[in-house]
Design a protein around this ligand. Sequence first.
Ligand code: N01
Length: 524
Amino acid sequence: MLDVIVIGAGFSGLCALHRLRGLGMSALVLEAGDGVGGTWYWNRYPGARCDSESYYYSFSFDEDLQQEWRWSERYPAQPEVLAYLDHVADRFDLRRDIRLGTTVVSATFDEGWTVLTATGERLRARFLISAVGCLSSANVPELPGLDSFAGDWYHTGRWPHEDVDFTGRRVGVIGTGSTGIQAIPVIAEQAAHLAVFQRTPNFSVPARNAPLDEEFQAQVRAEYGEIRALQRETSNGHPFRISPRNAVECTAEERREAYEAAWERGGLRFRAAFNDLLSSEDANDTAAEFIRGKIRETVRDPEVAERLLPRDHPFAAKRPPIDTGYFETYNRDDVTLVDLRETPIVEVTRDGLRTTGGEHPLDALVFATGFDAMTGPLLGIDVRGPGGTLAEKWRDGPRSYLGLQVAGFPNLFTITGPGSPSVLTNMPTSIEQHVDWIARCLEHMRQNGFHRIEATEEAERDWGREVREAADRTLLPKAESSWYLGANVPGKPRVFMPYAGGLAHYATLCDRAAHNDYEGFHLT
Ligand code: N01
């Protein structure tokens, strides 16, 4: 029997394998894809790029790695992140314990975990670590008639490996989340005509991507110690602090100056312009109105601009996209915005997409429609504890203790599971924090002769309340169509899934539980 089976070979699985090896444990990683990289293996859509900046969207666990790796741009494009993860797999000789092309079908606990793969193989391990990611289960809406479509259709999260050439073709994109907003300007460059099918207008801030010069890279290398420390001290794992100023206490002129500066700097840091943007509706309104003003200034046709204005959710209550030329794309003659609130989709036809406003002829259709987030990847596996299945347990929404363990599922750890800060943070920072905690826990168990660890029902209940209360202290639950709440998947329970209390505070709580003899966990 192995010590550990890890499911998934993205950032989480690679990090976990390296760390477990360091403990002298036998570990095997099972990966459904034919390569490592997880999200960065699957998401090959045009324009796919990371919204965190390259120098900190990376591992901190190895000083030589961070000193030697060179990023070429402020935001790394998908091939560059994938090359980085391939490099990590080679550099630390991880591949010999990774099985590619291996889909896990079920995992059953019986004094250890038995994992069944799609090829019928059974593997046994004392511990199971889920490294399946938060956004890996593609959400393709069930549109009537899709089977009859004569053109090609794609989901951005399952993009083909060979080049998709849209030259001379009429393309439709459904979805204007972070993915759609990245893909739309790039597809528009290629396609003969692009129709964007928008259900909810979104806020977006310019990314301001640029090549990285050697001077900046040298400075980052010299300061990596401080940069990594800062990432661990902040609420979202980014190496910048949120301004201490409150928008509501500033004059209109002071706010305008701060927003203009943040707009010019670009990127996710825009939301750090003031301290109260996610806690005060009045403050948030000022940021939202500033961005709406930018959209009006950018989009030449006032009617199109009006349709692009987000009004139904506070800024950053949904994960805010960042873009390169997104709103400018609507100034092109070969791009049409279709407002699905005015004219909802009726069906896919042989030749295109029919809304209540008429038929849009298409040669290709791109679903940028997101994911069954946070719970979808794990519930895609039939996980069975001694008392029942995870699907039954999570029927009304996910429950966990610290997003690390689920009561009733001994020796199962979930890296960036629901109930942890995960998707509200820079993911590699959260992943390293979880892997470190799990590794220290396993070491503690070995040293003290424990074989089994399980979160208690009581700790799980209390943590569930804390997750709800932390969200309610913010404006995040006010975005009713957000995937944070599961709202994008029909029939999914509406539960705010990530922990909104901040990564630094959360890490303190995890450390405190460990320090207090793994309070909230039952060890035997
Ligand atoms: O998915 P989304 P995404 N009919 O769920 C629409 C991360 N990410 O892939 O808002 C019509 O945000 C839906 O409309 P609505 C990042 O965390 C990271 O864009 O539900 N439309 C929405 O517009 C991000 O948040 C990077 O009304 C339908 C869109 O599809 C997360 O991934 C880059 C529909 C889906 O937006 C998910 O982003 C890209 C339907 N039936 C993404 N169903 C990085 O840089 C859905 N929509 C790391």
